[in-house]
Ligand binder design. Structure first.
Ligand code: AQP
Length: 349
């Protein structure tokens, strides 16, 4: 844990939580911005003696319409993606949000702590509700409150996420602080967002100003973890770029969002920093660089998609793993929720 977080973790045991919505197929953005880093945290937790908890947040997914059969398949696929990327149910807690009811129970309390104005300011709410806010679900509006409950029902101190989730983590901190102030307690930790690495914001392959997203209407905008080698190579070949050659220094990527995105992806997949990548590929045309990127992406993602496909053939195996994970998660969440009820003044007999 960093020095910056040392103060706040003196009272609260370090504990890491994060989640992904099963709202579609997993993308390279989810993998680089979240899943791969979860695996690093899992290993670190094991070495340093703290728990790591990773979740399929299916209750978040239904804030926009999901076909029930597709949701079930996507939830299993997400579990398969976690495991194929290196999460190990023997080392980390892996479970499905709706199987741990303490999340929604705490979310209700947080709905009564959080303010309407806080929710209205959320960029994700504005983006997803669009111009037709009156017609968006109440769940979409209250999404950050449930997310705060996901985190705080475990007293999680650190949340690894991509950059797009920073605002929601800040709101989680506001909710924890207001709850503690309202009730005169020091009960919920003020959680740290952990946004780090070369690919905290992987952009669309079709538009360098938009995040790569599983719900983008264009499949060509993203690399899915289930894409085969040909699909990956084709999407990279067709990725939007500019006509210039690659620069030799990071400064040369300014105002070139598409070029920067492809270089960032290459850096993240090769485990190098952007400067070393540019020292290697500076001066090359995209016609030469794109096949290099495709090769490294295929080499990296193929074993993951193969293992995901194998696991998807055994849905019972997946369900058993996440069922056990939910039991372990409840062992932590239940006493924290009970104590919250006591603080709020609810009778438990
Ligand atoms: N493009 C991205 N670059 C880096 N990190 C990303 N994440 C998502 N997209 C990128 C990170 O993945 C984690 C899980 O995100 P999520 O799927 O729960 O929600 P999201 O951020 O809304 O992702 P999508 O793909 O855009 O989903 P939809 O389309 O359903 O809204 C988070 O840590 C996120 O930062």
């Amino acid at each position: 844990m960093s020095d910056a977080s040392a103060n706040q973790t003196t009272k609260f045991q370090p504990r890491v939580f994060s989640g992904i919505q099963p709202s579609g197929g997993l993308t390279l953005g989810n993998y680089l911005g979240a899943m791969r880093r979860f695996v690093d945290w899992q290993e670190r937790g094991l070495n340093e003696g703290f728990e790591t908890i990773f979740c399929m947040v299916d209750l978040h997914a239904i804030t926009v319409w999901q076909d029930p059969e597709a949701l079930r398949r996507q939830t299993r696929e997400l579990a398969a993606g976690y495991i194929a990327s290196g999460l190990d149910p023997a080392k980390a807690i892996l479970f499905n949000q709706s199987q741990v009811p303490e999340h929604t129970q705490l979310a209700w309390i947080f709905n009564c702590v959080a303010r309407m104005g806080w929710m209205q300011r959320m960029t994700q709410w504005k983006d997803k509700a669009g111009k037709n806010q009156q017609n968006a679900s109440l769940g979409l509006f209250a999404y950050p409150s449930l997310m705060a409950a996901d985190i705080l029902v475990y007293h999680a101190t650190h949340v690894p996420v991509g950059e797009d989730q920073k605002q929601h983590i800040e709101l989680t901190r506001d909710i924890a602080i207001k709850f503690n102030n309202d009730y005169g307690v020091d009960f919920f930790p003020v959680t740290e967002p952990v946004i780090e690495g070369a690919a905290t914001r992987v952009m669309s392959l079709r538009d360098g100003s938009k995040k790569m997203s599983k719900s983008d209407p264009s499949d060509m905008a993203r690399i899915n973890l289930t894409d085969d080698a040909d699909a990956i190579a084709n999407k990279i070949r067709k990725a939007r770029t500019d006509p210039e050659a690659l620069p030799s220094e990071a400064k040369g990527l300014e105002d070139r969002p598409e070029a920067r995105n492809l270089v960032n992806i290459y850096a993240a997949l090769s485990g190098k920093d952007v400067d070393s990548v540019l020292a290697e590929v500076g001066g090359k045309q995209f016609s030469e660089f794109k096949p290099m990127l495709a090769d490294i992406a295929v080499a990296h993602l193929s074993p993951i998609s193969t293992e995901m496909a194998r696991l998807m053939e055994a849905p019972d195996e997946i369900d058993a793993i996440i069922g056990k994970g939910a039991e372990k998660a409840r062992e932590i969440a239940e006493p924290i929720l009970k104590k919250t009820y006591d603080i709020v003044g609810m009778i438990r007999s």
